[in-house]
Design a binder for this molecule. Structure first.
Ligand code: PMP
Length: 397
């Protein structure tokens, strides 16, 4: 008997919340825990551009035989163009290699496994705070985790000098995890000048940036959101990007993302990438096809692409509208505390500043579910549930 001594794993801090939400029988319950976009009706429908691409794919699909280890080639090229821009010298000089992978999570894990098994890297620096799963992914792969200062709760803002000061302690060959845009959980991103300084620091201290890019298009726009990544990529010789299309294509359960490695030249990129493929081969062999085919079909077809860009813009502007309305509704509920910072944050989340105790009361007394850190998924707010949420917050403050 080997299972009887296995200990119970703790519930995942974010997905565990969804289980508790499902078990809640109160009709007015609201789930603002997990980062899933909801439309004004509180639904997460399949994008129309995705439906059309799927119809096309079913029509032309001839086989379900295996993809290569790195997935759909047209998809990988399209990913590089989205990340670096069509005219990027990184693409022209063939310094990048991309492997389609299962979601942002799978991409991050493959990047970490590759680093641990093939390079001198043994430590990764993540922001304080960061997405909870970063710790789990990187420690599972065997990286040591250090944190760099990022957010100052009292000011609801970044302390960039403190970020630079922490990273000054990193040693040559360390990895720095950077959120490409829409920082999770704080919603506060670096300015282009700050990105440039991070690039300079990476060059000076020989640190390798690993971009987690899960929200392209959810901040200011598809191109705009890539400017930080492109600024740093133009400075450094080596870089990894783990991107996800879960949110911006609404393809959450298709598990579609990519790991992209940029090396100093094409020959080195090819050699390093052979080890990324070896890592994938021993993990899941090759990726599922459907998500990659949907994305590459949409991006290659001018009409579908335009429709997707419009749908993405709609999601982005609804979230921005909810931010404004959230601040206004809190004030209307008589909250005098300043929550105007919520309107300045980017992406799906708002770092509310609510305490653990307040978060627990929101759940227990009002059926409003948010993450223990005080992170609220603004993308889950609607005109219908805002009054419930804001009344509850007014009560617990
Ligand atoms: N990185 C960050 C910062 C995220 O917020 C998420 C999704 N919550 C991911 C990566 C992973 O996304 P996926 O669902 O595609 O694995």
């Amino acid at each position: 008997m080997i299972f009887s001594n296995v200990t119970q794993a703790p519930a995942d801090p974010i997905l565990g919340l969804t289980d508790a939400f499902k078990a809640d029988t109160r009709p007015t319950k609201v789930n603002l825990g997990v980062g899933i976009y909801k439309d004004e009706a509180g639904q997460t429908p399949v994008l129309s551009s995705v439906k059309k691409a799927e119809a096309k794919l079913i029509e032309i699909e001839k086989s379900k035989s295996y993809l290569g280890i790195d997935g759909v080639q047209a998809y990988n090229q399209a990913v590089q163009a989205l990340l670096f821009g069509d005219a990027s010298p990184i693409i022209a000089d063939k310094r990048a290699r991309t492997a389609q992978a299962p979601g942002g999570t799978g991409s991050l894990r493959m990047a970490a496994e590759f680093l641990v098994n093939n390079t001198s890297a043994d430590t990764i620096w993540v922001s304080n705070p960061t997405w909870a799963n970063h710790q789990s992914i990187f420690s599972a792969a065997g990286l040591n985790i250090e944190t760099y200062d990022y957010y100052v709760a009292e000011q609801h803002d970044i302390d960039f000098d403190a970020m630079l000061a922490s990273l000054a302690n990193a040693k040559a060959g360390d990895i720095v995890l950077l959120h490409g845009c829409c920082h999770n959980p704080t919603g506060i991103d670096l300015t282009i000048d700050q990105w440039r300084q991070i690039g300079e620091l990476c060059v000076k201290q020989q640190l390798v940036p690993l971009f987690d890019f899960a929200y392209q298009g959810f901040g200011a726009g598809i191109e705009e959101d890539a400017q930080g990544l492109r600024t740093v990529a133009a400075q450094v010789s080596e870089l990894i990007v783990a991107n996800s299309f879960s949110k911006n294509f609404g393809l959450y359960n298709e598990r579609i993302g990519a790991v992209t490695l940029v090396a100093v030249n094409s020959e080195e990129a090819e050699r390093a990438f052979s080890q990324v493929k070896k890592t994938i081969r021993s993990s899941y062999s090759n990726p599922p096809a459907h998500g990659g085919l949907i994305v590459s079909t949409i991006l290659a077809d001018a009409e579908l692409r335009a429709e997707w860009e419009q749908e993405l813009a709609q999601m982005r502007s609804r979230i921005a509208q909810m931010r404004e309305l959230f601040v206004a509704t809190l004030a209307a509920e008589g909250v005098t505390q300043d929550f105007s910072f919520i309107a300045k944050q980017n992406g799906m989340f708002s770092f509310s500043g609510l305490s653990k105790e307040q978060v627990a009361r929101l759940k227990d007394e009002f059926g409003v579910y948010i993450v223990g850190s005080g992170r609220i998924s603004v993308a889950g707010l609607t005109k219908a549930n805002l009054p419930v949420v804001c009344k509850a917050i007014a009560q617990v403050l």
